[in-house]
Design a protein around this ligand. Structure first.
Ligand code: ZN
Ligand code: ZN
Length: 85
């Protein structure tokens, strides 16, 4: 499910309490997933697909969007990138 960037509530249950997470793109293996898919470790994160480590500001890992998770119904959605102009 994708919602507008200015969406403030859950489209499923109407709750206004959404947790926001950056969506990472790991360029070494092309895995794309929200922050919570990546296992935290001492240095940063571990990629769930290729099991390589990701350090803060890693050039092989970029943030490609924002994922939102509803704290009431646990529904997940991807925020649409904001339109330029
Ligand atoms: Zn909800
Ligand atoms: Zn990876």
């Amino acid at each position: 499910m994708q919602v507008e960037a200015n969406q403030t509530g859950c489209p499923a249950c109407g709750s206004s309490t959404l947790e926001l997470f950056p969506v990472f793109h790991h360029m070494m293996c092309a895995y794309v997933g929200p922050e919570y898919d990546f296992t935290p470790n001492i240095a940063g994160y571990t990629c769930p697909k290729c099991c390589r480590g990701i350090v803060p500001a890693d050039p092989a890992c970029e943030i490609v969007g924002t994922s939102a998770r509803c704290t009431r119904c646990r529904g997940e959605m991807v925020m649409a990138p904001e339109c330029a102009g």
